[in-house]
Design a protein around this ligand. Structure first.
Ligand SMILES: [Zn+2]
Ligand SMILES: [Zn+2]
Length: 351
């Protein structure tokens, strides 16, 4: 899928040029395929596609020349950004934009709706701002479709120090984006639909006071034995956080399985210790498959990926344990996502 249009060599999502032949390439958002990036434009499906005007700082998406904007559909989703004179913050913005594009590709692959804020009230927007940058303290969060990300978290030393202080096994920019977009989708796909009743049974009543929950969490921490029912300590704070954490894990799992599938990875039952059933063949899409199939594939692949990381002297790739209650919550997310994808079927998600 992500193949160079000239030599057929493989490219990655972030590629600005083909490593095989040097061709300048870009992502065509509606089809999620790689095309040549040239200022004269390439014709795809009857429209002419040119590089995004932010290509000079790393954006590799294409935009239709009749789109009414020189920016691609990912860059246009950014509602607020650091001041143009703040070069240090802009460097962090470029790093965060890579992560945002990866997120959007996955949402489109899953078939989730991406309705931009500039097209409708409450649509998706990103405020990518930086603490210590004249904009005051930035708080990561979601409200009415707007996701706010603190760009200072692109700095490894800052983010790692926070991770250790908060005793989190995992903290990444991609994780932040996935968590916050989980709040957005709970808001539009669950709270505004019939899914809400089952959601409350599984995650609790999201109408509970958030500020009380915040106080309680930062005074007394997660309740004893939280590991039995929650994916993380943070998930115990409030039903909204439980859903967002679970949603982020759904994206972690499906993306990693998808990458393994695209890479052609198969675990042969006769060559894997303990694997007695069938070969494990990860899929690029689990649409239509029961959650149990995805979880079984993930069980074996995450064991392998954790050991791969150990081989490089790193910690677990996936430092989490899935319990039965957490699996039920993941199954709920899986059904909500598939339901939304079925409703959207046909139309391209990204423009
Ligand atoms: Zn090439
Ligand atoms: Zn762009």
């Amino acid at each position: 899928m992500l193949r160079c249009p000239r030599c057929g060599g493989y490219t990655v999502l972030e590629s600005l040029e083909c490593t095989g032949c040097g061709l300048a390439v870009g992502l065509h958002p509606p089809t999620l395929t790689v095309a040549e990036a040239t200022s004269s434009g390439v014709e795809i499906d009857g429209r002419t596609w040119i590089p995004c005007s932010n290509r000079s700082w790393g954006c590799n998406w294409l935009v239709a020349d009749d789109a009414g904007s020189a920016q691609c559909s990912s860059c246009r989703l950014t509602r607020q950004r650091p001041d143009a004179s703040d070069t240090i913050a802009l460097e962090k913005l470029a790093n965060a934009a890579v992560v945002k594009r990866r997120l959007l590709v996955q949402l489109a692959e899953l078939g989730l709706p991406i309705d931009p804020f500039y097209e409708r009230e409450g649509g998706l927007a990103f405020d990518l701002l930086s603490t210590n940058s004249g904009q005051g303290r930035v708080t990561i969060g979601h409200a009415n479709g707007v996701i706010t990300i603190d760009l200072v978290e692109t700095l490894d030393d800052y983010r790692e120090a926070l991770r250790i202080r908060l005793r989190e096994p995992y903290r990444t920019m991609l994780g932040h984006f996935r968590h916050e977009v989980g709040h957005y989708y709970q808001w539009i796909l669950v709270e505004q639909t019939d899914w809400i009743d089952e959601c409350r049974e599984l995650f609790g009543d999201e109408r509970a006071s958030y500020s009380d929950a915040l106080d309680r969490h930062y005074h007394s921490g997660a309740p004893e034995g939280w590991e039995q029912s929650y994916i993380s300590e943070y998930a115990t704070m409030h039903p909204w956080e439980d859903f967002a954490e679970t949603f982020a894990h759904y994206l972690h799992i499906t993306d990693t399985l998808g990458t393994a599938a695209t890479g052609g990875l198969v675990l042969h039952a006769d060559r894997v210790d303990g694997l007695v059933a069938d070969d494990v063949v990860p899929r690029s899409s689990y649409h239509g498959a029961p959650m149990s199939v995805m979880l079984e594939d993930w069980h074996w692949l995450s064991l392998l990926f954790n050991r791969v990381n150990h081989s490089m002297g790193k910690g677990d790739l996936y430092p989490f344990t899935l319990t039965e209650p957490v699996e039920h919550k993941l199954d709920f997310v899986h059904r909500v996502v598939q339901d939304a994808a079925t409703l959207n079927a046909g139309a391209p998600i990204l423009t």
